[in-house]
Design a protein around this ligand. Structure first.
Ligand code: DGJ
Length: 721
C-alpha cells in the first residue's frame, strides 16, 4: 500500500520506493505538509512544523493559537490571515472573498479517477481528501496519486458548490506545497520562438517569483516546469523537487519565500485570465500537476519524468512504438510548391527508408502565403490539380505513408470560413480585432465551432488516406472575449483549451491508427497535456544542429527524447545561416524522434547516401532512444560541448553523442566519464573493447582537434550479445 493514514496522529503517509510525502491534519482542520523527500519510516515528524510564531500574525477563525500566516499548508486559502500566495480564492454570493476549507473526511481509491474533458495521467492508488466551507456549502477535494517507482505524486483539486447561489472562482491551484527551507536554487526552462527551453538557474529569494503564460498556450517562453534544488545540486547529486503542470493553456506557478524561511510553491490555471462562475450544484476540476522528488540531482529527476510520462501519460499504443521517420516538406518549399515539385520530392524519397511524407502548410484553400486560407480545409486545386488523393496514392506506391499539416484552431480573414462566420473568432466586442501572423483565433469555447472543425478534419483524414497529422498553432491569443460567453468571457482562456482538448480527444480516438504530431510555431505548446494526445511534438522551428543541441538538452529536463521531434535540415541552416556537416545534423537528430526537413532534390549523391545511412542507423538505435535511460554528460549551456548517453534497460546497448561547439587551437583533450553502463560488462565500440567500469570511471578520451560543430556518435554493445 502506497497510502496510509495514522488516525492517532492524524497523519497521511504517501510512500514511494525511495520517497515519502507526509502531511497531517492540524487541530484546526488544516492540512499541513511535514515531509517531501527521501523515504522515511512511518513515524511522527510533526515536530518539524511545531512552534512557528511571529508578532502581528492573526489567528484563524475559531482558534486562539493557530495562525495561518506561519502555518505550513497543503492548500492555503485567501484572506484569513495568511498573507502569502493562496491556492484558492472564491468570491461568495455576499461579496465576500474568504471561503474557508477545513478537513471533513478522506478515502483511498484503488483506481485514479479520470478528469472530465482534460488529459490526465493513468494511475492507481489515489487519496482523496474532502475539505468543506460550511457557511457557503462549498466542498473542496484534493487528489493525490502516488507513483512509487517514479518519485512522483500527481495532484489536482475540485470544487463543488452545494450552496443555493453561484460563487465565482478567482483562483484555484492544481497544487500548493510549503517546504520548510529556503536555501534553494530554482531551475526553469525559458526561451522564445526558435530558442525554446533554455535551462536557467538562479537562487530563490524572498518575495514572489513567477513562471507563467497569459498567451492562451503554455508558450515558447516559459515551460510549465520548475525545479527547486539544493545549492550544490547538479546532474548527479543533491535534492531536487520538480513541478510540471499537465496543462496547455495560460498557467502560473509561483514561488514565495516568507519571513520565517518557508518556501511556498503553487500553481495551476493563470488567475489573470480566469474567473469562473460556479452555479449551484456545479463542480470545477483543475488540471493535474506532477510533483517529482529526486535525491540524486537533475538527471534522476529527468529520468523519473521520462519514465512517468512514457508509462502513464503518452498513448500506450505509441509510447514505446517505433516512430515514423518523416520527410516534412516545410523547409523544402515553404508555400512555393505545386503537384510537380511535391511529386518529384516523393519520388526522390523512394527507397531511402523514409516511411512517411508530410505535406506541410500551403496545400489548402487559397493558401499561397501566411496571409490567407486558414480555415478552408479542402485542397487547393490550382497547386494540386489531382488533389491530395493522388499524392497519398503516390506515397503508398513508393512504400511510404502520407501525412498532412493542419492548423485547426485558426482562420484567415481572407478565407471562405471567415466570410461565412465572422462571428466565430475571439475578439473584443467592439474594437478592431488583433491579428497574429495575419490570422485570427477561432472561438473554441463555442461548441458549434469545435463540432464544425471535428467534421472537416475527420473528412480530410478519411478521404485522403492520411496516416500522419501535424497539428500546428501559430499565434498567441489576445482579447479574451467571446460573444458566446459574453459576460462570462473571463472563462474563455480555460474553455478555449477545453475545446482544443475536445477536438484532440475526438480525432485521436476516432483515428487510432493515425499518428498525431503536436506543434505550435515550433515548441510553443510543449507540455504534458499535449503529450497525452500527441506522442511527439515538433520542438522548435530552429532546425540548426547546434541550436537543437541546446533545445533538446533543455527539453530533456522534463520530457523524454521520444517526445522530441527533430529533423535533419539543410546547410546553411535556414534560421541561423550556420554551415554544419551532414553528420552533425544527423547525429543531433538521432537523439530524438527523427526525420528530415529539406529538399532532397537539392542534395548531391553523398548527402543522399547520408540520408539512407541515417535512416538505417536510426532504425538500429531507435529502440534505445525510445525506451532507454538518458544521462546528460556535458551541457552546451555550461561548456564547449554537448554530450549525452542513452542506455538500454538491460544495459547491453548504449548510444553516445558528443558535439563540439567551437574548435579551439591546441585545445584541452576532453575526457568524459560515461554513465548508466554495467560495470561488469565489456562493451565493444568502433572495433575496440572497453570495460563498463573503465568507461564510467576512467572515461573516454576524445581528440582536441574536433572542428566547429563536429559530432561523434558511438554505439556501445555489451560483448556476447
Ligand atoms: C510553424 C511550424 O513550426 C513549421 O514547422 C511549419 O509547419 C509552419 N508553422 C507552417 O506554417
Amino acid at each position: 500500500m502506497a497510502i496510509n493514514y495514522n488516525e492517532r496522529i492524524k497523519t497521511f503517509y504517501l510512500q514511494g520506493e525511495r520517497f515519502s510525502y507526509i502531511f497531517r491534519i492540524t487541530d484546526g482542520g488544516r492540512l499541513q505538509p511535514l515531509h517531501f523527500g527521501t523515504r522515511i519510516k512511518e513515524q511522527d515528524v510533526s515536530y518539524i512544523a511545531e512552534g512557528r510564531k511571529t508578532e502581528f500574525a492573526p489567528t484563524a477563525p475559531g482558534s486562539e493559537t493557530e495562525s495561518l500566516d506561519v502555518l505550513t499548508q497543503e492548500y492555503p486559502v485567501y484572506g484569513l490571515g495568511d498573507y502569502r500566495e493562496p491556492a484558492i480564492l472564491v468570491l461568495t454570493p455576499d461579496g465576500g472573498r474568504t471561503a474557508d476549507f477545513v478537513y471533513r473526511s478522506h478515502a483511498v481509491l484503488k483506481e485514479k479517477p479520470k478528469i472530465g474533458g482534460m488529459p490526465s495521467l493513468r494511475g492507481g492508488e489515489t487519496l482523496v481528501i474532502e475539505l468543506k466551507d460550511e457557511i457557503y456549502d462549498l466542498t473542496l477535494r484534493l487528489y493525490y496519486t502516488v507513483y512509487e517507482k517514479q518519485g512522483a505524486i500527481v495532484r489536482r483539486a475540485t470544487l463543488k458548490n452545494g450552496g443555493e447561489k453561484a460563487v465565482f472562482i478567482n483562483k484555484i491551484n492544481s497544487f500548493s506545497l510549503d517546504i520548510p527551507r529556503c536555501d534553494l536554487d530554482k531551475v526553469c526552462l525559458q526561451g522564445g520562438w526558435a530558442k525554446e527551453r533554455g535551462v536557467e538557474r538562479s537562487p530563490l529569494s524572498h518575495g514572489i517569483f513567477e513562471i507563467s503564460s497569459t498567451r492562451g498556450s503554455s508558450s515558447h517562453h516559459l515551460n510549465p516546469f520548475i525545479a527547486l534544488c539544493d545549492k550544490n545540486a547538479d546532474e548527479n547529486v543533491g535534492e531536487a523537487y520538480a513541478f510540471n503542470l499537465v496543462y496547455s493553456g495560460s498557467f502560473s506557478v509561483k514561488t514565495q519565500v516568507d519571513q520565517l524561511g518557508i518556501t511556498r510553491i503553487g500553481g495551476g490555471i493563470n488567475e489573470k485570465d480566469f474567473c469562473w462562475r460556479l452555479n449551484s450544484g456545479e463542480s470545477f476540476e483543475t488540471p493535474e500537476a506532477v510533483l517529482i522528488y529526486s535525491a540524486a540531482g537533475f538527471n534522476k529527476m529527468s529520468q523519473n519524468f521520462h519514465d512517468l510520462y512514457r508509462k502513464f501519460l503518452i498513448n500506450p499504443a505509441y509510447a514505446y512504438k517505433k516512430r515514423p521517420v518523416v520527410l516534412n516538406c516545410w523547409e523544402s518549399f515553404y508555400f512555393d510548391f505545386d503537384y510537380k515539385s511535391v511529386s518529384k520530392l516523393i519520388e526522390k524519397a523512394k527507397g531511402t527508408g523514409i516511411d512517411t511524407f508530410v505535406l506541410d502548410d500551403g496545400w489548402f484553400g487559397n493558401r499561397n502565403s501566411d496571409k490567407t486560407g486558414l480555415g478552408d480545409w479542402s485542397v487547393n486545386y490550382d497547386k494540386l490539380p489531382y488533389g491530395l488523393k493522388a499524392l497519398s496514392k503516390q506515397c503508398r506506391a513508393a512504400g511510404m505513408k502520407f501525412g498532412v499539416w493542419i492548423e485547426p484552431e485558426m482562420v484567415s480573414e481572407d478565407s471562405v470560413l471567415y466570410r461565412a462566420h465572422p462571428d466565430w473568432i475571439i475578439r473584443s466586442p467592439k474594437a478592431e480585432p488583433c491579428k497574429g501572423r495575419h490570422q485570427y483565433v477561432l472561438d473554441f469555447s463555442k461548441p458549434e465551432v469545435v463540432e464544425y472543425i471535428k467534421r472537416v478534419i475527420s473528412d480530410l483524414i478519411k478521404e485522403n488516406d492520411v496516416s500522419y497529422v501535424k497539428w500546428d498553432m501559430n499565434r498567441n491569443i489576445t482579447e479574451f472575449y467571446s460573444d458566446y460567453l459574453k459576460e462570462r468571457s473571463s472563462e474563455l482562456a480555460h474553455r478555449y483549451i477545453l475545446g482544443v482538448y475536445a477536438l484532440a480527444e475526438h480525432l485521436t480516438t476516432k483515428f487510432k491508427n493515425v499518428f498525431f504530431e503536436g506543434c505550435s510555431g515550433g515548441g510553443g505548446r510543449f507540455d504534458p497535456a499535449m503529450l497525452y494526445y500527441f506522442p511527439q511534438i515538433w520542438a522548435s522551428d530552429n532546425t540548426d544542429a547546434l541550436s537543437r543541441a541546446y533545445i533538446q538538452y533543455g527539453t530533456s529536463f522534463c520530457y523524454p527524447l521520444s517526445a522530441i521531434s527533430g529533423h535533419v535540415s539543410a546547410s546553411p541552416n535556414h534560421q541561423t545561416g550556420r554551415i554544419t556537416p551532414f553528420s552533425s545534423r544527423a547525429a543531433v537528430a538521432s537523439f530524438c524522434s527523427t526525420g528530415f526537413e529539406l529538399d532532397l532534390n537539392a542534395l548531391d549523391e553523398k548527402d543522399m547516401d547520408g540520408i539512407k545511412n541515417h535512416v538505417k542507423f536510426y532504425g538500429e538505435i531507435s529502440d534505445i532512444i525510445l525506451k532507454g535511460d538518458l544521462y546528460r554528460l556535458l551541457s552546451p549551456f555550461d561548456s564547449n560541448y554537448f554530450s549525452q548517453i542513452v542506455v538500454s534497460e538491460n544495459k547491453k546497448k548504449a548510444v553516445f553523442i558528443l558535439m563540439k561547439k567551437l574548435a579551439c587551437c591546441n585545445d584541452e583533450y576532453p575526457v568524459i566519464k560515461l554513465k548508466g553502463l554495467n560495470e561488469n560488462f565489456t562493451y565493444e565500440a568502433n572495433g575496440r573493447l572497453y570495460g563498463g567500469d573503465a568507461l564510467m570511471n576512467v572515461g573516454m578520451k576524445f581528440g582536441n582537434d574536433l572542428k566547429d560543430f563536429e559530432t561523434v556518435i558511438t554505439v556501445f554493445t555489451a560483448k556476447g550479445d
